[in-house]
Design a protein around this ligand. Structure first.
Ligand SMILES: [Fe+2]
Ligand SMILES: [Fe+2]
Length: 323
């Protein structure tokens, strides 16, 4: 946590009911996070089962019928049943469910992405985090919340179809710390898994990520990092109307592992659940051959100069993506 000493909030964190949780400029120290936790505990939020909330179950089932998830979550795969058992046990506090409702109504990309990254991360955790079978609530306990902090980012920015300027990108990147503080507030625990995932899911094992540039990741965070990038690639996005085909997306994940940004085991586990016969990840040899072609018109991770409209965009690589 040594890099935390330099970590300060560039923008304020407001809860959706307009409480200023932490003002801009505040250094993020354990004491500050603990203050936020105590505020949340006083509120004593009620909780409800995620899958019983609104149309969440039907929405998730619908998303899992679309490729490539229809293959990954094949109907009779016992791991699909295990995932639904884990997810089915999950209760979330009402304000978090209401934020999901907000995304469903106003930012459907983010809503779908949250549910799919959650389902896929839970699936990979069954093999990669074996204790999930004993401590059933821990991996699934993260919830569909890794990008919850986007509630603190203006919707116009989330929907931009041209490259972001540096200042816009800084505001977008605020979703990591905002998510951490909001989830610490809602879950009443400064190191709740969901809060740590929200903060760390843009970190990379070789230290090029944000917000802290750390090189050591919790195993569940590492899984979410890979699932986050993968879902962003195989789904359509405002900044890239055509999604990557599955083969090209998996090649991109292999390339991340080759560059040391993510771990090989997680990359292998994702590739394994896309292979016929679904081999165990430690028996899988990923192909390092690159045959896929990324879609045209993709401005993922591109940056425009402040004051420009993005027409002279400059790419920054996978880590500068808009997720
Ligand atoms: Fe994110
Ligand atoms: Fe994401």
């Amino acid at each position: 946590m040594s890099k935390d000493a330099n970590l300060a909030l560039s923008y304020p964190v407001w809860s959706p009911d307009n409480r200023l949780l932490v003002p801009a400029g505040t250094p993020i120290t354990e004491a500050i996070v603990e203050e936020v936790v105590q505020q949340g505990k006083k509120a004593a939020f009620p909780s409800r089962a995620l899958l019983a909330h609104g149309s969440v179950r039907d929405d998730l089932l619908g998303f899992l019928r679309e490729p490539p998830y229809d293959f990954i979550f094949a109907e009779h795969d016992p791991k699909r049943a295990e995932v639904f058992r884990l997810i089915g046990d999950l209760n979330l506090v009402l304000p978090v469910l209401e934020i999901l409702d907000h995304f469903r109504a106003h930012d459907f990309h983010t809503y779908r992405h949250l549910l799919l990254v959650f389902a896929l991360s839970t699936l990979l955790s069954v093999d990669l985090v074996p204790e999930s079978k004993q401590r059933t609530k821990e991996p699934a306990g993260a919830g569909p919340t890794h990008d919850l902090g986007k509630i603190c980012v203006p919707r116009t920015l989330l929907h931009k179809s041209v490259p972001l300027t540096r200042s816009e990108r800084a505001l977008l990147q605020h979703h990591t710390l905002a998510g951490h503080l909001l989830l610490a507030y809602y879950f009443g625990k400064h190191d709740h898994l969901a809060a740590r995932i929200a903060r760390d899911h843009h970190e990379r094992l070789n230290g090029i990520g944000y917000p802290r540039g750390i090189q050591s990741l919790d195993p569940m965070v590492e899984i979410v990092v890979v699932c986050d990038v993968y879902d962003a690639l195989v789904s359509s996005r405002p900044y890239r109307p055509v999604s990557f085909d599955n083969r090209t997306a998996l090649e991109e994940i292999t390339a991340l592992a080759e560059r040391g940004e993510v771990g090989w085991n997680v990359a292998r586990a994702l590739i394994a659940c896309n292979r016929r016969g679904k081999p165990h990840y430690d028996e899988l040899q990923p192909s390092t051959e690159k045959r896929g072609v990324p879609p045209a018109g993709n401005v993922y991770g591109a940056t425009a100069k402040d004051g420009e409209d993005g027409s002279e965009a400059k790419g920054e690589g996978s880590n500068g993506g808009n997720e």
